[in-house]
Design a protein around this ligand. Structure first.
Ligand code: LLP
Length: 422
């Protein structure tokens, strides 16, 4: 469900026509719907309302301050993977006590910053990380709250680049080794064992892998209870998929029912780290047609948005729906929607049936609210696109477009005869 719809033939975000935003901020731009974000968050947490739970939105999906603030007001926590994401979360008003820190490569300074802030838990992914965290926390006279990220070796049946719960990936601690590692952790003075964590992959379109992972974690938790650990929370990660074109992922209600059935009357705190399912369909990416071009084999629409703005098609071959902002009547034709970047991989969509396009027409790539702006780069020295948040009939620029000068401001040319002495 989302709030992007046609009214009088023009695509609107809630009550705002997208051409009005294009007029105000130029193209390309990202546009998010506040009502959709709020709705998705509420729907996701609803099945767990009767439990002690925390929905920690995964910052990597969309870390715009306004988006994080909105979700924080709804009670969201934050799943972070860097010091930078933690800083964003704090700046957006999300309390550290609602943050969990995931990721295979946390640096010492990041562990320190998170201890300073007082986050809810470190999702520790290796022996090395556990030892470093013990040393860092111990030296400060602190005990770091820890969940081990367990790799349950479950096939999430998704794109290989975003599958993380298989034994062959770099993620987590193999489930067979977890019990031992929990015992080691419990003996460390700088560590307090608080939870069990897993995340098996992203864009999952069935509940079965989640349930299978949960079953394996439950078996582990029984073993941990026997060993005398007090596991206070269970973090099931993120990963619930969305519909980009014709995928049919489970509704969060069905996901919730399956998890609740499997958990039964377990009374601990349940944590989730959803990203895509909250933000994905709450955003669109809008670009304008610069040229149309008939090559011998194909018709192209060259737009002003590119792979640096929205990387998913180029990186994963991801297909996201592309809609004309002004609904064209009549015939459609197959067209490749491509950007200005000097690579054949620079496309937003291939062979899309669209009405005959002309210069200046606006196209909206749908489902761009997650892993869109956060994955943007400055390749080809292209300033990153602005982000706009809509609520009802109002819209606000929540990240302005970068200027070209800002892009090279951190660079410098060595002075003092440096080149002469080369
Ligand atoms: N928790 C952890 C530890 C994660 O690694 C991820 C995503 C999430 C939560 C959130 O997963 P979600 O609910 O959004 O599926 N750039 C890729 C997606 C990479 C996901 C990485 N981890 C894409 O555009 O499809």
């Amino acid at each position: 469900m989302h709030h992007f719809h046609y009214r009088d033939g023009v695509l609107h975000a809630e009550e705002v026509p997208l051409p009005a935003i294009a007029e105000a901020v130029g193209t390309p731009f990202y546009c998010y719907s506040a009502a959709t974000l709020r709705h998705h968050f509420r729907v996701f947490r609803e099945p767990f309302a009767h439990r002690d739970h925390l929905v920690a939105f995964s910052a990597k999906a969309n870390s715009n301050l306004a988006v994080l603030h909105l979700l924080g007001r709804e009670g969201s926590g934050l799943d972070i993977v860097s010091r930078g994401e933690m800083a964003r979360g704090l700046a957006a008003g999300i309390p550290a006590e609602r943050m969990v820190f995931s990721g295979v490569g946390k640096r010492r300074d990041e562990l320190e910053a998170a201890l300073d802030a007082g986050i809810l838990a470190f999702n520790v992914e290796s022996v090395g990380e556990l030892e470093l965290l013990d040393a860092v926390a111990g030296a400060r006279g602190q005990r770091a709250p820890v969940s081990l990220r367990v790799n349950p070796d479950v096939d999430p049946l998704t794109h290989p680049y975003i599958a993380t719960g298989l034994r062959a990936t770099k993620f987590g601690v193999p489930i067979g080794e977890a019990r031992d590692l929990y015992n080691r952790a419990a003996a460390m003075p700088g560590i307090e064992v608080v939870g069990v964590d897993c995340h098996i992959g992203s864009q999952l379109t069935s509940v079965a892998p989640f349930v299978e992972a949960l079953q394996r974690l439950q078996a582990l938790m029984s073993a941990l209870a026997e060993d005398g650990h007090r596991i206070q929370h269970l973090d099931l990660g993120g990963g619930l998929g969305i519909s980009y074109l014709d995928e049919a992922p489970p509704h969060p209600e069905d996901f919730g029912r399956a998890i609740n059935d499997q958990l039964g009357d377990w009374a601990g705190k349940l944590i989730f780290e959803p990203g895509r399912v909250i933000a994905g369909n709450a955003g669109v990416f809008v670009s304008a047609v610069l040229y149309t071009k008939d090559q011998p084999e194909k018709r192209f629409a060259v737009v002003d948005g590119a792979m640096n703005d929205l990387m998913r098609p180029a990186l994963y071959g991801a297909e996201q729906e592309i809609r004309p902002v002004r609904e064209g009547g009549g015939e459609t034709e197959a067209v490749d929607v491509v950007g200005p970047i000097c690579e054949s991989g620079d496309f937003l969509g291939k062979d899309r049936a669209l009405p005959r396009l002309a210069q200046g027409d606006l196209l909206a790539v749908m489902s761009a609210g997650a892993y869109g702006a956060t994955m943007a780069s400055n390749y080809n020295t292209r300033p990153r696109a602005p982000e706009v948040l809509v609520s009802g009939d109002r819209f606000e620029v929540v990240r302005r477009r970068e200027t070209v000068e800002e892009l090279y401001a951190p660079e410098s040319i060595p002075a003092g005869g440096w080149f002469e002495q080369m």
